[in-house]
Design a protein around this ligand. Structure first.
Ligand code: SAM
Length: 233
């Protein structure tokens, strides 16, 4: 479970009613049973349930994070598709997700949606045994995202222009000192020509993810899978 710093005092975690419910009712844990508590910024503790508290037994050394920081600029899809993207990309090791309002995005999401995505990121961090919760930034326009975010490697995925494959760039760059990648993925209707031009002018390399056109919710998982395969194998 993910705990906030204010819950931990003298090696004792005061569990929230939701956390207790999860441990006792959902997982059927009893006093003395062990569980893992994480702070979401890199620390893992082996912890023992005792009444309404978790007693910290040991700080564990674990490394489940990608060796490279990946930021995804994701044009918001219609409906609840973004929930699945946040969940899957968290499992795959994304560091930051930027929900982007693109020319072909219909709706500006409500603050409740942002809260929901952040909750999903926490759940997926727990489930996938990561140590760091990815950051979900406030939604911003594509233009604002292009100027606000910097990285050594920046790619914009575009499936229709015979672009070189993302993997070919990743392989070339792997030997060069590199720890940050930004990848932009468009909405169901694709990027507009103006957006593509703006991105290339800002240093984004247009790339392909293969010959088939992927749904906006599939494309980010393919990009992350390529990165983890290349950097973790
Ligand atoms: N009709 C749109 C078009 O013509 O571009 C299809 C958009 S696709 C459903 C949604 C987004 O996923 C695209 O904007 C792109 O960023 C990414 N994408 C999907 N398939 C891709 C591929 N084969 N190569 C690169 N990017 C792809």
């Amino acid at each position: 479970i993910v705990v906030s710093p204010s819950q931990l005092q003298d090696n004792q975690i005061s569990l929230t009613p939701e956390q207790l419910h999860y441990l006792v009712r959902v997982l059927r844990s009893y006093d003395g049973d062990k569980f893992i508590a994480i702070d979401g910024t890199g620390k893992w503790w082996l912890t023992k349930l005792q009444g309404e508290f978790g007693i910290v037994l040991e700080l564990l050394e674990v490394q489940t994070e990608l060796p490279i920081s990946v930021t995804l600029l994701l044009a918001l899809p219609k409906g609840n598709g973004f929930d699945d993207v946040v969940r899957a990309c968290t499992e795959l090791g994304v560091a930051n997700i930027v929900p982007v309002l693109s020319d072909r995005t219909l709706l500006n999401p409500s603050p409740q949606k942002l809260e929901r995505w952040r909750r999903i990121a926490i759940e997926a961090t727990e489930q996938s045994e990561r140590t760091i919760i990815p950051t979900i930034l406030e939604p911003m326009t594509f233009k604002a995202a292009l100027s606000a975010l910097t990285a050594e490697q920046k790619y914009i995925c575009e499936g229709r222009n015979n672009n070189p494959h993302l993997l070919s760039y990743l392989q070339n760059q792997k030997q060069i000192t590199n720890n940050q990648i930004i990848i932009a993925i468009g909405p169901e209707g694709g990027w507009t020509d103006t957006e593509l031009q703006l991105a290339t002018e800002t240093g984004y390399q247009p790339v392909s993810l293969g010959k088939r056109i992927l749904r906006a919710i599939t494309a980010p998982t393919v990009a992350l899978s390529l990165i983890s395969a290349l950097h973790e194998v």
